[in-house]
Design a binder for this molecule. Structure first.
Ligand code: GTP
Ligand code: ZN
Length: 342
């Protein structure tokens, strides 16, 4: 690879030392946004000038590309999607499949407003989604200028997501933005998770020093502005930001490992439970419940953990017809036994 191509690719989030996935006559590029069955790609026909082209997808493509995917272009065609390092996903609306929303992300910003106080439940759920993607989560608290007690919000965030760095920011007075820029340098790809109104667009504008909206906005049914397109921004700090639409449904699609990482405090306590498969719900010798009783673990933490466990179990069943059938059978048995005459 030539030096100028290495430099050019770095502006798309390419890291020096990453293996090249394109060969021979292929040229490298990155998907900035999908338009139905077409991919908008920023790519390098030569070694320096980037070009943006919309490619219709070939039927024999190895993978259906998503925003953030690295792709190879050859003879005016998108010919290959590179292997993915990280994938941000959620359950498909049909409940059966996984929908990959974006790929190749290094850092997931969990964007939460603190003007009205922190919502730790949202933080826990978004943190699980972030861990599950394979990327590193970073909590970005927004609207610190309008918060009554921003330090309290930081402490609450640190308690809700142990081991995840927490950054206090304000797009209005600029605090925290330099630290955030420092984490979004050349060779990094970042995305933001957060509800509509969390302050994502304002944050991006403030980071880039714009005053007008950089994201495409449109109005939803209530006349509010919502970000509706996915875009790949090349930041002044050198990195890339993939702007995904607000995560409105906080549906989970995660594994036990991601849950364990988000609830590191409970995971550590669980090692001392008498039974390895302790459900921390009235089991004998449960160290987690003992910690709640002793006041060393907030009760709300265990309640969140249980709620997320239940939802994971529900989604696992929904995606698995055999488990669904077994569950129905169990209920049938149960209703039979209660109807048994004495
Ligand atoms: N006081 C204060 N208000 C802010 C700050 N950042 C954003 N806001 C306000 O919060 C509201 C929502 O901000 P947006 O940046 O549009 O939120 P968003 O997350 O991009 O929302 P969607 O585009 O719907 O996903 C706007 O009215 C902003 O003016 C901040 O740092 N301080
Ligand atoms: Zn236990």
């Amino acid at each position: 690879m030539t030096q100028s191509l290495t430099r050019a690719l770095a502006t798309l989030g390419w890291k020096e030392g990453d293996p090249g996935f394109w060969t021979g006559g292929e040229r490298p590029g990155r998907v900035s946004i999908m338009h139905g069955s077409a991919a908008e790609v920023i790519w390098f026909p030569g070694d320096e000038e980037a070009e943006t082209t919309v490619f219709e997808l070939r039927r024999d493509l190895n993978l259906r590309p998503v925003a953030g995917d690295w792709v190879a272009i050859e003879d005016g065609d998108l010919t290959r999607v590179a292997e993915r390092r990280t994938t941000l996903k959620r359950p498909d609306p049909n409940g059966k499949d996984v929908q990959v929303m974006a790929a190749g992300i290094d850092t997931v910003l969990i964007v939460l407003p603190v003007d009205l106080g922190l919502n730790p439940k949202n933080l826990e759920r978004l943190a699980i989604m972030a861990w599950d993607s394979g990327a590193d989560p970073l909590v970005v608290l927004t609207k610190a200028d309008a918060a009554e007690s921003p330090e309290e919000a930081v402490a609450e965030a640190e308690a809700a997501a142990p081991g995840v760095p927490v950054l206090l920011t304000s797009s209005a007075d600029g605090r925290g933005l330099d630290e955030l820029r420092a984490r979004m340098g050349a060779g990094t790809t970042t995305t933001m998770l957060g509800a509509s109104g969390a302050g994502k667009t304002s944050l991006l504008n403030a980071l880039e020093g714009h005053t007008e909206a950089v994201a495409h906005v449109s109005r939803d049914g209530q006349g509010r502005h919502t970000t509706t397109t996915r875009k790949l921004y090349r930041l002044a700090s050198g990195g890339v930001l993939l702007d995904l639409p607000g995560i409105r449904s906080l549906d989970l699609l995660v594994d036990d490992e991601a849950l364990g990482e988000t609830f590191a405090d409970i995971t550590a306590l669980a090692a001392s439970c008498r039974f390895a498969d302790c459900s921390h719900e009235g089991d004998q010798g449960c160290a987690v419940e003992a910690a709640v009783a002793a006041g060393t673990l907030p009760e709300r933490r265990l309640a969140s953990w249980r709620a997320i466990r239940r939802e994971m179990a529900y989604q696992a069943r929904r995606n698995d017809p055999a488990a669904m059938a077994a569950e129905r059978q169990k209920w049938k048995q149960l209703s039979k036994s209660t109807r048994k005459p004495r």
